[in-house]
Write a protein that binds this ligand. Sequence first.
Ligand SMILES: Nc1ncnc2c1ncn2[C@@H]1O[C@H](COP(=O)(O)OP(=O)(O)O)[C@@H](O)[C@H]1O
Ligand SMILES: O=P(O)(O)O[C@H]1O[C@H](CO)[C@@H](O[C@H]2O[C@H](CO)[C@@H](O)[C@H](O)[C@H]2O)[C@H](O)[C@H]1O
Length: 476
Amino acid sequence: MTVPPPDRSLVRLLSDWLPRQRWFGGKDVPIDELSIGTATELRSGDPALHHLVLDVRQNGATDHYQLLLGVRRELPERLRSCAIGRTSGEPAISGHVYDAAHDPELSSVLLDFMANETVVGPLRFRRAPGTGVRTGLEGLPTSAEQSNTSLIFDDAYICKLFRRLSPGVNPDLEVNLALSREGCEHIPAVHGWIELDPGTHGGEPVTLALLSEYLRTGTDGWQLALTSVRDWFAQPSSPGPAAASAADDAGAAGGDFAAEAERLGAATARVHRDLAAAFGVTQTPPEVLRDIVYAMNVQLDQVTAAVPELRPHAHAIREVFDQVSAGAAALPFQRVHGDYHLGQVMRTDSGWMLLDFEGEPARPPAERRALAHPLRDVAGMLRSFEYAARFLLVRDGGLPEGTTDALELRAQAWAERNRAAFCDGYAAAGGPDPAAHAALVRAFEFDKAVYEVRYEARNRPSWLPVPLRSLARLAG
Ligand SMILES: Nc1ncnc2c1ncn2[C@@H]1O[C@H](COP(=O)(O)OP(=O)(O)O)[C@@H](O)[C@H]1O
Ligand SMILES: O=P(O)(O)O[C@H]1O[C@H](CO)[C@@H](O[C@H]2O[C@H](CO)[C@@H](O)[C@H](O)[C@H]2O)[C@H](O)[C@H]1O
């Protein structure tokens, strides 16, 4: 017999539960105070559904997280894994409370409200102009490890609930709507969104969720790339000098990804073209690039202080940054993806689709929407080819003794071949040629790798060797 959990106040339960969630951004800092900013009842009865905005104070700053809170008198077995606890003394929210994103009976309310453009308290449910939203569908969260939580409704829609809320319109919604207006073929259609009226605080509505077309025929770029790397690792070794034969054979191996990488490069260039058309291009003076390099150095200092394993590479990284600063010139800046990697793209029947224009989750909102050089995205994807190639080498504590060196060479060959194919596709489709801006791309790559070191140290410590190993190689 299971012993029922003790009754506790909702705020105390949430303070215990929140730091254990993958999407919680402040895991490495203790919570000083948690309070409920807004609570909106979306459905009464048993089960009931409440929308909460949690104000979480850490290190003197307050972040806002949203939570769909389910409340039931009895918690069925299938919902135990998302239990938060049992509340007492809260007349409005009393009973077993849990993360209702995992409860299809409750998540269907979101779709119904978007279809009908319902307004409940400060919450506004919106339908995208010229589209419909089917009702009565139940949503279940994807199994993907994410910074947000996405619910799939009957293979028709995917609804991304932004967990950490930023002020104003979320760039993912803003960019997707703008690209739709440009007729961009490389994004899924937007069907609706949910926003929070800022009320007496003024300002723009805060985006809470984005409802998009579910790409039924889509396969995640990361999974496709990993399959290709696995095939490549499984090929029998070739005779001849190891490095040369590895590089030559990366093309001949089964599951070659290079043609896909090239098409992905072309799709990326076309999305950059549409972003430029939608938001404009600004010629920035050299000082802007020097400011960016300054910010790269600040991040490097912070991450080096927090993650000692980065220290041996810091000097070499700084030299790459300084080189760009010294040769800074005027450059065309525009809106970009901002957190571009293989997990953000899907291969469908009709080609590559780009997802998640939210920018890097750890960066402040203003930085995420800032104009940037499009090669910053290119560098992000180049890092991702490195990640895919190296992931199998460090997974589960690494490979057996003796196998690592040969596979390192193979991993490197796979990464090089696909990085080159991606850059060729990008330049051929009209993007700025990465080869002609090699120093800039290298600096962007190093900056991204430093970001990844912090990201992995905070979120997936067992992955930390992936960016560290490629930094060791890139930094020489
Ligand atoms: N429109 C879509 N159709 C099918 N799957 C999708 C769609 N959008 C996202 N996904 C899946 O969900 C995952 C995470 O989506 P993403 O927008 O990147 O969320 P997050 O910001 O939380 O990382 C993607 O890697 C993809 O597997
Ligand atoms: O997709 P998110 O917006 O949540 O982005 C964050 O998480 C990513 C991992 O899920 C992280 O990406 C890093 O790991 C990927 C493999 O899982 C790899 O393809 C990327 O190149 C690497 O940067 C991303 O940095 C982070 O912001």
